[in-house]
Design a protein around this ligand. Structure first.
Ligand code: SF4
Length: 116
């Protein structure tokens, strides 16, 4: 059975529409990309989609009650619920500076994106 995935490429502002045709779990055809980076991104989006995750964690004794954080690089989408559960259990102590590593998830650093 053939399945067609249609994406708007997010790699650059050109926003090409890319279609990936899958058959029997394998890529049969890819259309619509303008450059190799878009083709690579579309293949990964079908086979192993990843996202940079942003969230907040509570801060003890800080100027603000929470600090915003993000993963240093994209993680597999199916790992996001596990990461969010881990972040829900974290509390950091002030002071927190931008760029501080507040935790690590499967080898990916979780970085503070503001001071608190
Ligand atoms: S396919 Fe290439 S040119 Fe088109 S949006 Fe993606 S990165 Fe940009």
């Amino acid at each position: 059975m053939t399945k067609v995935y249609r994406f708007t490429c997010i790699v650059c502002p050109l926003s090409c529409t890319i279609e990936v045709e899958m058959e029997g779990g394998k890529i049969k055809d890819i259309k619509g990309y303008t450059c190799p980076r878009g083709k690579e991104w579309a293949i990964e989006e079908v086979i192993n989609p990843k996202r940079v995750v942003m969230s907040v964690v509570p801060v003890e004794g800080g100027k603000l009650p929470t600090v915003s954080v993000k993963t240093e690089r994209p993680i597999p989408k199916d790992k996001i619920p596990e990461l969010m559960s881990m972040l829900a259990k974290i509390k950091v102590k002030a002071p927190v500076k931008i760029g501080d590593v507040i935790a690590e998830f499967e080898g990916v650093k979780i970085i503070a994106t503001r001071e608190a």
